[in-house]
Structure formats: C-alpha cells, structure tokens
Design a protein around this ligand. Sequence first.
Ligand code: KG4
Ligand code: ZN
Length: 340
Amino acid sequence: MTQSVEIVLGIETSCDETAAAVLAGGEKVLSNVISSQVEIHAEYGGIVPEIASRKHVEAIDFVVKEAISKAGISFSQVDGIAVTQGPGLVGSLVVGLSYAKACAFPSGKLITGVNHVHAHLMACFLERETMPEFPFVGLVVSGGHTSLYRVDDFFHVELLGSTRDDAAGEAFDKVAKILGLPYPGGPVISRLAKKGRPDAFSFPRARLPETPFDFSFSGLKTAVLQTVQKIKASSNGKLPVEDICASFQEAVIDVLVAKTLKAATEQKVEWVVASGGVASNARLRERLSAECKKHGLKFVVPRPVFCTDNGAMIALTGYHQLKEGMVLGPDADVYSRLPL
Ligand code: KG4
Ligand code: ZN
C-alpha cells in the first residue's frame, strides 16, 4: 500500500562524513548539512574506524538539528526518517541508526533503512531540471565501491559488474599516498593533473575481456608505485608529480568511460548516470558527457556535493521506500556489507 509521505529527514554516517538533509516531496532539498572528518583522518593518511565512530557521536546531534533548522521546519513536521543501514563502517553506521531510532520511535515517526550504494545511484534525481528516465545504466564510483548497474526503476537494480580489488576512489587515495600527497587523494590528484600531461606515462588499463563490466585498479596502482620507485632511484630523482597524476587519472577515466559506454550500448538504454565521490572529478564528468553525446546517449551526473556522501541522497531513496511501506522495527541492525 502506498503511504502518504511529504517531508523526510535523511541521516548518513557510513564513513567519514556526518550528514543530514531534509527533503520535501521526494525532490526539493530544503537543507543539506555535511560535517566532514577528513582533516582528522588526513593526519593518519586514511580513515581510522574507531575515530570515525567517535566523531559521529560528537557531531550527529548538531548536524541533524542544523538540517532541521536550515530547512525552516520543526521536527514535528518530519513524516519519516531515512538512515544509512549499510554498507560501511559498522561503528559509524551504528551511531546513525541508533540516533535515528532514538528520534523516530518515541515520537511515533516512520524509519527506513537505506543502502548507501543505492542512494548514490538515486542521487541523479536530486535538484534537476531534466530527470533521467528509466531504464538507465548507472556507474557508482566512490572510495569503497566501483560498480555498474542496470536500473529499471527505483527498486529494480541489476549489478552488471564491480571491482575485483580496489575501488576507483581507493586507487586515487593510495596513489596520493605513494606520491606523498594528503588524504583524500581524489581532489588533490585531480587538481595537480590539470597541470600535467595525461600521455606522459603509459599506465595499464585493465579491460578484463571475459568479464567486461568488472574493474581492477590494483595493477595500475602497482605500476604507479614502480614508476615512482624507479624515478626516485635514478640520478636526478625528481618526481614529475603533475605528469604522474594526469597519466594515472587518465588511465582510471579511460576504463570507467569505456566500460560504462559498453554497458549502455549492450543494455540498449538511452540514459547514463554516474555518481559517488569520484564522479565529482571534473575530467571524468567532461569525458563521460562528451562520449555519451558522441554515442547519442543522455548523461546525468549529480552536482559534486550530491556525488560525495550526503544526507539528501539517503532522504530521496528513503522517501520512495517509505511510500512503499518499507519500515524498520526497533531491533533493526546495520551491515558492513549489504548487496543491492
Ligand atoms: O562517495 P564518497 O564520498 O564516499 C564513499 O562512499 O566512499 O567517495 C569518497 C572517495 C574518496 O576516495 C576520494 O578520494 C574520491 O571519492 N574523490 C575523488 C574526487 N573527490 C573525491 N576522486 C577523484 N576526483 C575527485 N575530484
Ligand atoms: Zn559514498
């Protein structure tokens, strides 16, 4: 039975962002508040799960109240709460789910558990003049995931392929570490790549012809490491960091673009969607957009703020679930792995 739902509060704590947003009518973002822990984890060169959970505990009440206040509503006007249930860091997810339960059950509000990857896929419907149409092929590229899906509607999502080893964002983060650049690697590498030559180094592109929609980035990461070690051991030893960044980035993007286009052609869809933190990369957006145009496909990518982790995509996915009566009970748990 379809439920009447208007205002949804979305809560996201699966990784290193404490985020909350208020969404009206399944499309209007009334507020979108994100408190990032990036600077804290940068000191350690990557996410420390124990610290992430503690920081979520510190931030969550403030972030949710800020989202409600910025939306210009009171908590009593919220019809339902959507919260990330997985995949992600268990300790971090527990903070979000427990907070959502504490808000929902005493007040008698509905609560729904959202799959984080599902939410990345649905972020393409946030604040758009032209909405993508089903069916579409969706590429999710983030720090934890790199997968291609065929999406027939909000609830029918078919996995076409995913990474066998590192996620694309993880490869950016590891290559940044190899180059002595700060965490997270994506933004800094894409900035430096602008000043480098993408053809300076010929890094490998794993095509995996037997499973053409799967990805592999560990060979690329190793090739960058070996190149860096070789240059460091040479007489001059000066690293052409900008050229390495540009060549590495181009290798990742070549693979993402080629596999996404192949999937769209094989699946005979008209629309292509990209999302997840790596989809905020300007070069990837530009290349995907140009290639889709060339092949007569329509392309949608969310604004960068909706590509990286945010509460609005959780609220949007939760809105559709709540309308279908998909609700959680008091004993609901979180999941570090949660297939779509
Ligand atoms: O979606 P997200 O915020 O969190 C996860 O669900 O993992 O993605 C974070 C990842 C990080 O690995 C980060 O390095 C990468 O997205 N990223 C980028 C860019 N901005 C963030 N990668 C490439 N280019 C960027 N501009
Ligand atoms: Zn994410």
